[in-house]
Ligand binder design. Structure first.
Ligand SMILES: Cc1cc2nc3c(=O)[nH]c(=O)nc-3n(C[C@H](O)[C@H](O)[C@H](O)COP(=O)(O)OP(=O)(O)OC[C@H]3O[C@@H](n4cnc5c(N)ncnc54)[C@H](O)[C@@H]3O)c2cc1C
Length: 353
């Protein structure tokens, strides 16, 4: 028996991959309903098509341009192929896939601890379950992670609003004048957008400034984004962590859906083959997520002047051509191509050291 803690996309997809291979799986989700509350902007690259076929109603919008805006208001527009998804419907789709494949889902069931058996609180009752494996897909504040390591990941705090206003339906915007991260405007259609930012301190103050003049607020959401740590242990004996619980997030963008789904597949394979998940993660995800981390660490040292210059450098046809062929979910090779096309990018690496 395999116990998955967390009925988010990564927990459900782990359960799906395991049940598909004939394993007995149960999922514990603390909320009563899958996919609620939403704490996500829901933008994913088209690379998700290689992992899961999204149901039509999950895709709310397709964006083809990313407009990146420097502190001096100059901008570069890059070609992208991204989906804006409905996170509740997406989480439900993956949960249904897991249940249809044979996984047993227990909602309203909070994981508390694991020594010899798994201890949960189901409604008001405390219950115990035997298990052979424990998979922690319980998000950024993972309790399962504490069974592997007491080290807490560094985090960003994200805040966003659903805004009514006027937006370019096929373009999302990224504002670089936010400390240690960025602000975003992601359209769902021409009158509705998800507008927010993430940063390390004074989130409320930065958010208030950022949101001014963008439109009428319909709803507010907030959440934590863990920063990838290549040294974090992701397995101890029969306990594994995946997705946000393991900080498997692109540190450049805060995108965790695709890396988390990829990690779900690695976790399922490691359990079935009894191979080292920690090592497999490093081999299959490590280079990509470390590249994003290095870029983020470099960007965090940028002044407004550096960002202005970066946007000017990036606004060259040869660079935009490289981006047009690239995916944020396969960026390590693109980073090399960019430096080859424009060696001036290399000077930013000195900031890293
Ligand atoms: C503001 C914001 C915007 C974001 N935007 C994007 C984006 O545009 N694109 C993108 O790719 N990523 C984005 N992310 C990141 C993305 O939301 C996560 O990477 C993704 O949700 C990870 O999925 P997960 O299943 O690992 O964790 P989660 O989605 O957090 O799911 C964890 C599940 O575990 C449950 N749980 C937690 N503790 C327990 C417990 N003790 N017992 C039982 N159940 C438990 C929770 O209720 C939850 O359902 C954003 C994050 C934030 C905060």
């Amino acid at each position: 028996m395999i116990t998955v803690v967390g009925g988010g996309p990564v927990g459900s997809f782990s359960a799906y991959n395991l049940t598909k291979k004939g394993q007995k799986v149960r999922i514990f989700e603390e909320h009563k309903k899958i996919g609620v509350p939403v704490q996500c902007t829901g933008i994913v690259t088209k690379q998700i098509d290689d992992i899961v076929k999204l149901k039509k109603n999950v895709i709310l919008n397709k964006v083809t341009k990313a407009k990146i805006i420097a502190p001096n208001n100059k901008s570069v527009t890059l070609a992208v192929k991204d989906y804006v998804i409905d996170r509740t419907l997406f989480d439900e789709q993956l949960s249904d896939m897991a249940v249809d494949a044979g996984a047993k889902l227990f909602t309203n069931t909070r994981f508390l601890d694991y020594t010899k058996r798994v201890k949960v609180k189901q409604g008001t009752k405390t219950k115990y379950f035997s298990t052979d494996w424990l998979v922690g897909a319980d998000g950024p504040n993972s309790k399962v992670r504490l069974l592997i390591t007491t080290k807490r990941p560094k985090v960003l705090v994200g805040k966003q609003a659903i805004i009514k206003g006027s937006f370019e339906k096929n373009t999302f915007q990224v504002y670089l004048d936010v400390p240690n991260f960025f602000g975003w405007v992601v359209p769902i259609d021409s009158t509705t957008a998800r507008v927010g930012l993430a940063t390390t301190t004074n989130v409320a103050k930065h958010f208030e400034n950022f949101i001014k003049g963008k439109g009428k607020i319909q709803e507010l959401q907030a959440g934590t984004i863990p920063i990838f740590n290549p040294l974090l242990k992701t397995q101890k004996n029969n306990i594994l962590i995946v997705g946000d619980a393991a900080g498997q997030i692109k540190a450049t963008t805060g995108g965790g859906i695709i890396p988390g789904l990829k990690a779900s597949k690695i976790a399922a394979k490691s359990i079935i083959k009894k191979s080292d998940y920690n090592l497999s993660c490093k081999a299959k995800l490590g280079v990509e997520l470390t590249t994003h981390l290095m870029i983020r660490k470099t960007l965090n040292k940028f002044s407004a002047k550096d960002y202005n210059e970066l946007i000017t450098l990036t606004n060259q046809q040869k660079i935009r051509n490289v981006f047009a062929q690239a995916s944020r979910d396969n960026f390590s090779l693109t980073a090399l191509k960019l430096m080859f096309q424009e060696p001036k990018y290399l000077k930013y690496l000195t900031k890293l050291f």
